[in-house]
Design a protein around this ligand. Structure first.
Ligand SMILES: Nc1ncnc2c1ncn2[C@@H]1O[C@H](COP(=O)(O)OP(=O)(O)O)[C@@H](O)[C@H]1O
Ligand SMILES: [Mg+2]
Length: 398
């Protein structure tokens, strides 16, 4: 094995010294240095500076130039070794860190595309819009980048999130709504000249949430959306296509659907991975369920390349009488239908509270609505966490 400490310079000094028949002690005495120091030079990689190198050369009757050259080369290669060793460790550490962070980015990237969830029940007044709004507020409070889409011509979600005044101004100014997604173009208005192809980003109303540092955007609706129903051919995939263009800007997309089955329901199916079914526990609560089951089954048969499933059923007590015997009977009926269809029923329910209507009026999340009771707020948060877990979205650490 080569002793890295014995440099070409050391070897030459030793060779010259031996050639002259000098011991280390002799040379040390001639140079006025200790034996130990000479030992370091010959055996431990010590390389003296240029002046002392010249002195050694002179003591040994050798060429200072040759010895200086050897000393310089030895010093440079020692330096190179030392530097390489020092950096090798840092390189290793940096590589490991980079590998770890790209692994994490890949993991994040895998979840970058938003999960799209539709709130559907073929019945009106069951709490779809209320649930959509509160889930969206809760998601954005958990730092999930959230987009809501109002797919109901009645536009309740748009008004609840934007506020009536801003919403009316939006409509009066003929600003784009979800209608444009189905039409595929932005119509002529005094300000934009001729009709032009749709840029989906223009349809998104930004920052309709409560918390300034979070994302809660909205694609609003308007009454004219019902026109789409009259001429539906070939429009069922337009929402999914439009969404695909902006989906990576969000973690969660919540679609609030209209109660009747139409092209809009099919459009929601095409755009969604999950369906959540809000149910009001009252007489005949189960009526819309077979309808929904059949509609979804038909859709899946016709579109076996699209994955969609019912994540769960949520009881929303939107009337205070639903906690009574009629409500309890209704919950039993629904539970039976759910078991037959293998649907999950959420363990948490949305209890009755006047704060829900107030929250929509005040455009505040339930947790920020004046006089909202703590147990109501906490109860909803538990339900929201259950729903987010069912659809596989997790809160994001800031
Ligand atoms: N948990 C609740 N407690 C009290 N009122 C509620 C609750 N959920 C919904 N509501 C009220 O019930 C009505 C219907 O709710 P909404 O969300 O508009 O239903 P949908 O969108 O299914 O038609 C609204 O007036 C709403 O304020
Ligand atoms: Mg509604």
């Amino acid at each position: 094995m080569v002793n890295m400490l014995v440099t070409p310079f050391a070897r030459e000094v030793k060779r010259l010294r031996s050639e002259r028949g000098l011991s280390i002690r002799d040379l040390a005495a001639a140079l006025g240095k200790s034996v130990a120091y000479l030992g370091k030079i010959e055996a431990q990689g010590e390389i003296p500076g240029p002046e002392f190198t010249c002195e050694i050369a002179r003591s040994l009757g050798a060429s200072p130039t040759d010895l200086l050259r050897l000393a310089k080369e030895s010093r440079l290669s020692k330096l190179e070794r030392d530097v390489s060793r020092e950096y090798a460790h840092a390189f290793l550490q940096a590589d490991a860190e980079q590998a770890k962070s790209s692994e994490m980015n890949e993991e994040k990237g895998a979840h970058r595309m938003a999960t799209v969830v539709s709130l559907i029940n073929m019945k009106g007044g069951v709490g779809k819009t209320t649930l959509a709004m509160q889930l969206a507020h809760t998601a954005s409070s958990m730092n999930l980048r959230t987009l809501t889409i109002d797919l109901d011509p009645q536009s309740n979600l748009s008004q609840a999130l934007m506020g009536p005044k801003k919403y009316v101004d939006h409509i009066k100014a003929s600003k784009p709504t979800v209608v444009q997604i189905f039409d595929g173009y932005i119509p002529t208005s005094p300000s934009n000249g001729s009709p032009h192809l749709l840029d989906v980003n223009k349809v998104v109303v930004k920052k309709t949430g409560y918390w300034t540092n979070s994302t809660l955007d909205l694609i609003p609706s308007r009454l004219e959306l019902s026109r789409t129903l009259k001429n539906p051919q070939g429009k069922e995939r337009r929402l999914a296509k439009a969404l695909a263009q902006i989906q990576n800007a969000y973690d969660l997309v919540i679609i609030d659907c209209a109660p009747t089955e139409s092209i809009l329901t099919e459009a929601a199916y095409f755009a969604s991975r999950y369906v959540v079914v809000p149910i009001k526990p009252e007489f005949m609560a189960t009526i819309g369920l077979p309808l929904l089951a059949r509609s979804l089954q038909e859709f899946c048969l016709e579109n076996d390349d699209h994955e969609i499933e019912i994540a769960g059923l949520v009881f929303v007590h939107s009337s205070n009488y639903s906690a009574g015997p009629e409500g309890q009977q209704s919950i039993k009926d629904v539970t039976k239908v759910a078991a037959e269809n293998d649907w999950h029923i959420c363990a948490n329910q949305v209890r009755y509270s006047a704060s829900y209507a107030k929250s929509a009026r005040e455009q505040t999340p339930l947790s920020r609505t004046s006089y909202a009771r703590d147990e109501v707020v906490r109860g909803f948060r538990r339900l929201a966490s259950e729903v987010f877990e069912l659809v596989g979205v997790a809160p994001v650490k800031p």
